[in-house]
Structure formats: C-alpha cells, structure tokens
Design a protein. Structure first.
Length: 322
C-alpha cells in the first residue's frame, strides 16, 4: 500500500507543469533609492528574495548596471532583457513585451554587469514608466521555465532626478584612476609646468580636497637617454621638484611629499624610438591612503620627506612601481 502511494505522488509531481519563478516588488513596496557623493552616484532597487539592482556612475567613469544577489539564482548563460508596460498602468490593455536584447549572465552573487549603453537604455525605459525584466532559467531546476527579475518603474523618476543632480557634482576622476599618474614632459629643460600637466595635477588636488584618507605623494622623476647621464639625473630632479612645488603651493603639506629622481635609469619603453623616448620623459605621482601606510609620517622636520637622489634611497624596487 505504501509503495502505491509513493508511486502516486511521483506520477503527480512528474505530471505537474513547470512553474516560473518571479522576483519582483508589489506596487506599494516598490522603491528606488539614490545614493550620492562626489565619488559615486547610485540608483538602487531592492527586490524581495533576490537582492539589489544597481545603476552606478563613478567619478571619471561612464555609467553601468549590475545585479547583487543574496544567493545564486540564475543559470549561467545568456539572459534576455525585455521591456513592457506594467499591468497596473492599464489593466484593460493586453500586455505588450519587447525584447531589448541578450547579455551574458553567470551564477554567483554578482551575476550580471552591463555597460553604459545598456544602463542608459534601461534607465530610459524606466523613466517612461515601463518595467524592465531580466529572464533566464534558474540553475537549481533544469525543468523550470524562465525565471524573471522584474524592475519596477514605481518611484524611479524621483530617485532618477536626484541621481542626475549627483552626476553634475562628481569629481573629474577617482582614486583608482589617479593613484599612479604619469606626467609627460617635452624634451629639454623647463622652468614651469605646461597647462596640460597642471590640469592633471588639479584632478589630484580635487580628489585630495574630498578624500581625507590621502596622505602620501611619491614623486619620481625620469628622463630619456638622450644627452649626458649626469645631466639627465639633474634634469629628472628639476622636473620632480616642479611637480612638488606646484602641489605645495596649492596646499599639500611638505611632509606628505617624497621626491626622488632617477635620470635615465628606469625606462618604461625603448629609447630607440621617438614614442619610446616620449614615454620615458616623465614624472610619476603615486598616491597612498592611510589604510595603505604601515606607519604614518611624522610632521615637523622637512627632512622627513627630503628629496633623495638616485644614489641614496632610489632603489630598483621603488622605481619598478613608477
């Protein structure tokens, strides 16, 4: 008798149609939240039982979109992205859904990353009041229909306006873009930095103004191999000091700065070509933040960050990072 009942339930389960899995918000719980700073602008949409859908623009970068899942949901492969008029907008009208395209998706807690083209298209659809859906089978049930993550447009416009306001106030570049900056010089000696080099340094200064964790500036001067080695060593020192002076005049404390000069010793390209020599005529500025420094520099004496020549503290290990 027990075997008969087991057989009955197995047959019933096999005969049941596969159920679609949908992750979405109810009308009265849908919400978009704008998070703003000079470093990053975000539009976040929390979806129950799934996680978050996020539009993001970092300082100095273009916009993008990604999913942050609480656990793996979708099967790796290709997801379909669609757009449709929500049913609550006009209940009497037949639902019309349009395919926007397909994008690669993977298992894991960060399954989907889309570039600025996708992000702008999706935000445009949500601004028009349409829903955007991401569809792919779930990984844990090969018989299931497509699972769907639906992004509601409810509450989107208000948060989107704050997001656009945030974009206008972003810094010109972020820490990852500026933590190793190369400043390229024309051949020969110079008494002042070109306007282009000043603009590059101004981006760093704007970042320092808002990031109170930045503490150290390592400035390394380099030249190409044209001319006398001793003169090139002195020339690399002059260029490094020009950069240091510019930063100090604009408020960077002297004991935050370490300058070093190497002449032609550490080329990054061949000196046999014009383009190679142009890459070697450089001053690099490397930034460090508090959490990256083992021991914080002591203020006071100027020799804490004294200029150090190639023969004293400029080791190959230091220069290889420049």
């Amino acid at each position: 008798m027990r075997d008969i009942w087991v057989g009955f339930w197995v047959c019933l389960l096999v005969s049941l149609p596969a159920q679609a899995v949908t992750y979405s918000n109810h009308i009265n719980t849908s919400e978009w939240e704008a998070r703003s700073s000079v470093f990053e602008c975000r539009l976040e949409h929390t979806v129950p039982y799934y996680g978050k859908a996020v539009f993001r623009t970092r300082a100095g970068e273009r916009s993008g979109f990604f999913l942050s899942a609480k656990a793996s949901r979708f099967k790796a492969g290709e997801a379909k992205l669609t757009t449709r008029i929500p049913v609550w907008f006009n209940p009497n009208e037949e639902e019309r859904e349009s395919l926007m395209g397909a994008a690669p998706i993977k298992q894991g807690k960060w399954p989907l990353w889309l570039d600025t083209t996708w992000a702008e298209r999706m935000m445009a659809e949500l601004s028009e009041g349409n829903e955007v859906a991401i569809k792919q089978k779930v990984w844990f049930n090969s018989e299931a229909e497509e699972a769907e993550l639906a992004l509601s447009s409810i509450g989107f416009k208000k948060a989107y306006r704050r997001y656009l306001d945030c974009l206008a106030g972003l810094l010109p570049a972020n820490f990852d873009q500026l933590k190793r900056t190369a400043l390229y010089f024309e051949p020969g000696e110079t008494d002042e930095l070109s306007p282009g080099l000043q603009r590059q340094l101004d981006k760093i200064l704007a970042l320092v103004k808002h990031d109170n964790k930045l503490r150290m500036f390592y400035i390394d001067g380099h030249t190409d191999s044209n001319g006398d080695r001793a003169e090139n060593l002195e020339l690399s020192k002059t260029r490094a000091e020009l950069v240091s002076t510019y930063l100090k005049r604009r408020g960077i404390p002297e004991d935050w700065i370490v300058i070093r000069w190497h002449g032609e010793r550490y080329p990054v390209a061949s000196n046999a070509t014009v383009n190679g020599r142009a890459r070697n005529r450089r001053v690099t500025v490397r930034l460090e933040r508090i959490e990256e420094i083992d021991v914080l520099p002591l203020g006071g004496k100027s020799d804490t960050a004294a200029a150090v020549g190639d023969g004293q503290r400029a080791h190959a290990g230091d220069a290889n990072e420049q």
